[in-house]
Design a protein around this ligand. Structure first.
Ligand code: IPM
Ligand code: MN
Length: 345
């Protein structure tokens, strides 16, 4: 198909700046006509109207082929308002049950790790973070707030249905990769109910993928492996909260969150998927042209791959890889990075 109907949510802070560069590269690489609709969502709209995500806008988002998001979150809005009512609401309503976060160390990129020591064969893994359940469901509450008897709960919701569809997706990804290796990250020695469910699910779904070798790591141990032996990972599957945490660490060891891309994927394609950099809105550097748009540009590559435009996705990755290999010490502006990558695709 010669047209991509794209919904664009620049969002807060550096979001609009990095999204502009993502769109620049998209236009440069794609033979498709990119028909885009911009949605004004985030802190500005909330201050102006009190709205986070009106139902009508959610309905419109559903009509697109994909969504490109910059970042959501602003210190002038109470914590959780935009996160829950905008970002998580989109992920839940559009059934983005696979939050896909690749971690790849590109040649020439500086890692805080002593790579020759801990990862002589490089780092290249992908995290399948379950995206619709866990403690993110808002299933909890508070009692007697402000008293010495105050009580707060955040209940982690783990359905067999939810774990199974994420696990099956992760196995399929592992099967398609060279190493065919899948690690479940959890904490079954303490979170035994959910841990049992996830472990059994991996075991049972694994029967459908006899070629895929499986491993298990408790999440605390996994943070050590991510620093001391990241090369052991190929595909990781984990719940929503563990996935949130380990993907920030994974980004840090592969060059920082300025490079980390993600896709909130609805593999069943009952609704559009949404692509966004892993980083946040960075209000401290917003509007200064300092933000690195590379993570957003790589998220655009994921978007194209999701739409079946693998060749265009690959060209972006190669352009980013070449750009990273030649990046000097002099910092470039947001637009300079976007221009350089756009010129290479
Ligand atoms: C992320 C972010 C979000 C999350 C926040 C902003 C709700 O940290 O995309 O990783 O926790 O999923
Ligand atoms: Mn996060």
């Amino acid at each position: 198909n010669a047209q991509i109907n794209l919904a664009v949510i620049g969002g807060d802070g550096i979001g609009p700046e990095v999204v502009a560069e993502g769109l620049k590269v998209l236009d440069a690489v794609s033979s498709a006509k990119v028909e885009r609709t911009e949605y004004d969502l985030g802190a500005r709209r909330w201050h102006a109207t009190g709205e986070t995500l009106p139902d009508s806008v959610l309905g419109e988002l559903r009509g697109h082929d994909a969504i490109l998001l910059g970042a959501i979150g602003d210190p002038t809005v109470p914590s959780g308002v935009l996160e829950r009512n905008l970002l998580l609401r989109i992920r839940f309503e559009l059934d983005h049950f696979v939050n896909l976060r690749p971690s790849k160390l590109f040649p020439g990129v500086t890692s805080p790790l002593d790579l020759e020591q801990v990862a002589p064969d490089g780092i290249d893994f992908v995290v399948v973070r379950e995206g619709t359940e866990g403690p993110y469901t808002g299933n909890g509450g508070a009692l007697r707030v402000g008293t010495p008897q105050e009580l707060a709960t955040e209940v982690s919701v783990n359905s067999r249905f939810g774990a199974e569809r994420a696990v099956r997706d992760a196995f399929a990804r592992a099967q398609a990769r060279e190493r065919k290796h899948l690690t479940l990250i959890h904490k079954h020695n303490v979170l035994s109910h959910a841990g049992h469910l996830w472990r059994r699910t991996v075991e049972e779904v694994g029967a459908e993928f006899p070629e895929v070798e499986t491993a298990y790591a408790h999440v605390d141990a996994a943070t050590i492996y991510l620093v001391q032996d990241p090369g052991r990972f190929d595909v990781i599957v984990t719940d929503n909260l563990f996935g949130d945490i380990v993907t920030d660490l994974a980004a840090a060891v592969t060059g920082g969150i300025g490079l980390a891309a993600s896709g909130n994927i609805n593999p069943d394609r009952t609704a559009p998927s949404m692509f966004e950099p892993v980083h946040g809105s960075a209000p401290d550097i917003a509007g200064q042209g300092k933000a690195d748009p590379t993570a957003t540009i790589l998220s655009v590559a994921m978007l194209l791959a999701h739409l079946g435009r693998d060749d265009e996705a690959r060209r972006i990755e190669e352009a980013v890889s070449a750009d990273l290999a030649e990046r000097g010490r002099t910092p470039r502006s947001t637009t300079e990075v976007g221009d350089a990558i756009a010129a290479r695709v």
